[in-house]
Write a protein that binds this ligand. Structure first.
Ligand SMILES: Cc1cc2nc3c(=O)[nH]c(=O)nc-3n(C[C@H](O)[C@H](O)[C@H](O)COP(=O)(O)O)c2cc1C
Length: 211
């Protein structure tokens, strides 16, 4: 990570690996923009207190997101599995710890986008994407989806739409998720990452001086 790069936070939760696969392609899109770098972060599972709490550092995969990651990013792209048409509890729990960041306004005017994975095609991808917008709007972020100028949005037969990137994991039961993304799903992730990175670069640029 160079100190001059514009950082775009790719924040996701994934239990079976599909949303993690989407995050990699989103990050690829972010990194395709000059002087912009993806910072990939996850969040711990939420567990009942009678169970063993998570370790402070994950044994594999992306590091856990810190509040410093929020304040230092120039843009944010959030991904969650669809859980009953909504974002997964670990991400909601993370946002519930961000009252200080809401008060100090560290995310205001920064661009944000979202992505999801669901097992059924009409099982709530769009409602999940919209549910993820809510905390981002409360934090004052500028929401951006995927425009119809992207060919993948027209040709996809599974995930990807104007609300954000997505994946149809096809599993009949939620324990057998497919992480194989179609070319259109990959393209939608890339387009979303690239768009948020371009917006972050522009919005992070110093404003012209006026008297
Ligand atoms: C508690 C729970 C609720 C779920 N709710 C939905 C749902 O509403 N609609 C749907 O299509 N899939 C639902 N799923 C399936 C997951 O969204 C799907 O398997 C997804 O691809 C998992 O992503 P991951 O591999 O990143 O964990 C649910 C899974 C679980 C465990």
């Amino acid at each position: 990570m160079t100190t001059t790069a514009t950082k775009v936070l790719v924040l996701y939760y994934s239990s079976q690996g599909a949303t993690a696969a989407l995050a990699k392609h989103v990050a690829r899109g972010v990194n395709s923009v000059a002087h912009t770098e993806a910072v990939i972060r996850t969040v711990p599972r939420v567990q009942p207190v009678i169970e063993q709490p998570e370790n402070a550092v994950p044994s594999t995969g992306a590091p856990y997101c810190s509040h410093e990651d929020l304040s230092s990013c120039a843009g944010l792209i959030m991904g969650s599995p669809t859980r009953f048409g909504n974002m997964a509890a670990p991400l909601k729990y993370f946002w519930d710890t961000t009252a200080t960041q809401w008060l100090n306004g560290c995310l205001i005017n920064k661009p944000a986008g979202v992505f999801t994975s669901s097992s059924s095609l009409h099982g709530g991808q769009e409602s999940t994407l919209l549910s993820m917008y809510l905390p981002l709007l409360h934090h004052g972020m500028v929401i951006a989806g995927i425009p119809y100028s992207e060919p993948c949005i027209h040709t996809t037969h599974s995930g990807g739409g104007p609300y954000g990137a997505s994946h149809h994991s096809h599993s009949a039961n939620s324990t057998n998720t497919s992480v194989q993304l179609t070319p259109e799903e990959q393209a939608a992730c890339f387009a979303l990452g690239k768009r948020i990175a371009m917006l972050a670069s522009k919005l992070a640029a110093p404003l012209p001086h006026t008297d």
